[in-house]
Write a protein of this length. Structure first.
Length: 728
């Protein structure tokens, strides 16, 4: 009664999945039953590329293993009615009587062809010919050989190796292209003495396994590790040779000894299971791992090549395989002048807490001085009382090289401070207009003091290493009140009949607005002066307000007395701010009488040969009663001529004085003979004069002879041509 009941129950289970004739097709491909029956323990079914094996575990539970080539695609306990699917293969286990199990194997065939059927038409697929007898919206009737098949819409039927489906007016033909082959049981046994083992973390163990061939023929058994804990190294090795093996061949009645080699990582712990298979036999070893109190230190870099002046790091991973622990770190040895320390999460540490089973990466940082010697150097450290050495090879050093300091001086508003005075120890430098200063200095410590009028002084300490290029920015704070007075000249000229105005510019460089009062001291008592709002007006002012960072101008006019003698006078310009800052500037005032500049040319006619030069003299005399200033010369000569004058400028010619000026005229060699003019203009601040020199240029005698020869040749050529033309 029981034997007939179990297949019926299995049939009820199978009804929950798509089966064969008349089943719905829908959007999925059909599952087709390709095997139904019992197989023994140790037997297997070969289904296309797949191999389905039945094996027992040590507790005699049945397991289904599905291989595809050498790969295990499925390993499932054979539970009654459970569905095991691998790609297009489905296995449904049934009853198990201790030796045999009932299996149903289903398969999804491939679509071979899709046809738009027509009544009366015949079609051939892979040697099968069928005729369409009738077509309706609900069904399709066709005939294959002597058999008729009615296929409803969205359903399929099976004929031998053909699966025929009708869907939406289309006939879809599937071809079952797999064969099922039963592979008989191979008689062999495996024995291993240890089912459960207790070891410590980090240890390695070997479980001996005996394999015996009880068959009368040679057998070949594949060896596989089916499952293992993460990061464990598990292998099957030949006990005699020590080689890792994946397959063994046993002769009839032969025994072979293997070892299941297991390397347990340091971080392992608790109960673990290793599963393996030898042929179709499954094996399982339970391993209970005891944790050990151990700190594992793994440096990834031990030797670094570097330059002097670099900062290098040696990463180290520390793993705690025991309980929570405080790890102490210490630098034991380092070269003189070097620095070494431990960095964890961006901070320097000497100890830290490492939880159980945790790993922590920290770095050993070594700062190499720029004057380090070439060659190998060693830093020794201690981690959890164990010492470790790290090495550096310095292939480039800056020992003895000068350092470069790039200094930038700015004010509190970020603007560059030009011409700031920089004291480097006892040496004085000045910044450029951009506020920058670049200096090459010997390695060492320096005290920098920066000064600038209108700013508070600033001092900085700086250390420069061998060959170092360092940039430094120093900020000067503006004074609350400070101003500058600028004039184009310190020498002012006035005369009895003309009194020019001179610009005075007041620049407020302080942080605050200010007002300034001006005066002129030291003039003779009968002289007068005035400060004007602008150069065109006669409106006098004695004070002026200037906003911070701005500048304003006023103009000074000096009025000499009528009985004053021409000459030089001295006065002092005084500007005093409302904040109490006083500025004084010495001025030199030239009182000018009448101006009479006498210019005499020593030669008004020069005669010279082309390609030569000639020198003449210009005599200047001051016949007036006041000095003549800023005397310049303008020479206008024919193109290509070179005229040199010495001196080119006379700053001042006092009354009664005279000055000789040398004039050198050089005529190009290609200048044709003739008479030319060289114009001369003498200009000063007070007067000007102009005249010219005639220059008569002569060609050399060789040039004249050459010209005569050219003319004679030309004349002969003309005569010859006329004779020829006359003959014609």
């Amino acid at each position: 009664m029981r034997k007939s009941f179990l297949p019926i129950v299995l049939l009820l289970v199978l009804l929950t999945v798509p089966m064969n004739t008349g089943q719905a097709l829908g959007a999925d491909q059909p599952w087709v039953e390709i095997f139904e029956g019992k197989i023994k323990i140790g037997e297997s079914l070969k289904v296309g590329d797949y191999q389905v094996e039945l094996t027992l575990s040590k507790d005699h539970s049945p397991y289904i293993m599905v291989y595809q080539g050498e790969a295990i695609r499925a390993l499932e306990r054979a539970e009654f009615g459970e569905v095991i699917e691998v790609d297009n293969l489905r296995i449904v286990p049934g009853s198990f009587d201790g030796e045999r199990i009932f299996l149903v194997v289903q398969y999804i065939p491939k679509v071979y062809k899709e046809i738009a059927p027509k009544v009366g038409e015949s079609y051939t697929v892979d040697g099968y010919t069928f005729e369409v007898l009738n077509i309706t919206k609900e069904a399709l009737t066709l005939k294959i050989g002597s058999s008729e098949h009615l296929i409803k819409d969205s359903a399929y039927t099976i004929h031998d190796r053909l699966v025929l489906g009708y869907l939406g007016g289309k006939l879809r033909v599937y071809l079952i292209d797999v064969n099922v082959e039963r592979i008989p049981q191979v008689e062999y046994e495996i024995h291993y003495t240890f089912d459960e083992i207790t070891v410590k973390a980090g240890e390695a163990l070997e479980v001996p396994i005996e394999v015996t061939n009880n068959d009368n023929e040679d057998i070949r058994l594949p060896l596989r590790i089916l499952s293992k804990p993460l990061n464990w190294d598990v292998r099957l090795i030949d006990a005699q040779e020590g080689y890792e093996v994946s397959e063994i061949t046993l002769k009839a009645s032969e025994k072979r000894y293997l070892n299941l080699a297991i390397d347990i990582p340091e971080e392992a712990g608790g109960s673990n299971v290793v599963k393996f298979s030898i042929g179709e036999e499954l094996g399982e070893v339970k391993v209970f791992v005891q944790k050990v109190e151990k700190i594992d230190v793994k440096p990834s870099i031990l030797f670094i090549e570097c330059e002097a002046g670099e900062k290098v790091g040696f990463p180290v991973v520390i793993t705690n395989y025991g309980s929570d622990k405080v790890v102490n770190v210490q630098v034991l040895e380092k070269p003189e002048g070097w620095d070494a320390y431990f960095i964890l999460n961006g901070v320097r540490v000497r100890s830290f807490l490492l939880p159980s089973s945790a790993s922590q990466e920290l770095s050993i940082i070594v700062e190499i001085p720029r004057n380090a010697e070439l060659g190998s150097h060693t830093v020794k450290v201690a981690i959890d009382n164990e010492s470790y050495s790290f090495n550096m090879f310095v292939y480039k050093t800056y020992r003895g090289e000068k350092a470069t300091l790039s200094l930038t001086v700015i004010d509190d508003e970020g603007s560059p401070v030009s011409r700031a005075k920089v004291y480097v120890n006892r040496t004085v430098y000045f910044t450029e207009t951009t506020g920058r200063l670049r200096m090459e200095l010997e390695p060492g410590k320096y005290r920098l003091t920066v000064e600038k009028e209108g700013y508070s002084n600033t001092t900085e300490e700086v250390e420069l290493l061998d060959g170092e290029e360092k940039s430094l920015t120093i900020t000067l704070q503006k004074a609350p009140y400070y101003f500058r007075v600028e004039m184009d000249t310190n020498t002012l000229s006035v005369s009895f009949d003309y009194q020019p105005v001179y610009e005075i510019k007041l620049i407020n460089s302080g942080k605050e607005d200010d007002e300034y009062r001006l005066s002129l001291a030291g003039l003779p008592g009968d002289w007068a002066y005035s400060f004007l709002r602008d150069p065109q007006s006669n409106i006098g002012v004695n004070s002026i307000s200037v906003d911070s960072g701005e500048s304003r101008s006023i103009w000074l006019r000096i009025l000499p007395s009528f009985n004053a003698q021409p000459g030089t006078y001295h006065a002092k310009l005084i500007a005093e701010s409302s904040s109490g800052i006083r500025f004084e500037k010495e001025l030199e005032i030239e009182l000018i009488g009448n101006y009479e500049l006498d210019v005499s040319l020593m030669n008004y006619l020069l005669s010279l040969q082309a390609g030569k030069d000639s020198t003449t003299t210009i005599m200047l005399r001051n016949l007036g009663s006041a000095p003549i200033t800023n005397i310049n010369f303008e020479i206008n000569a024919p193109e290509g001529w070179k005229v040199d004058i010495s001196p080119e400028r006379i700053a001042k010619l006092d009354r009664g004085e005279y000055q000789e000026v040398m004039l050198v005229i050089q005529v190009p060699e290609t200048t044709p003979a003739g008479e030319y003019r060289v114009a001369i203009k003498v200009k000063s601040d007070q007067t000007e004069w102009e005249d010219s020199i005639r220059v008569r240029v002569k060609q050399s005698s060789s040039s004249a002879y050459l010209g005569i020869l050219i003319l004679a040749a030309a004349f002969g050529a003309v005569v010859l041509m006329m004779r020829r033309i006359g003959r014609r």
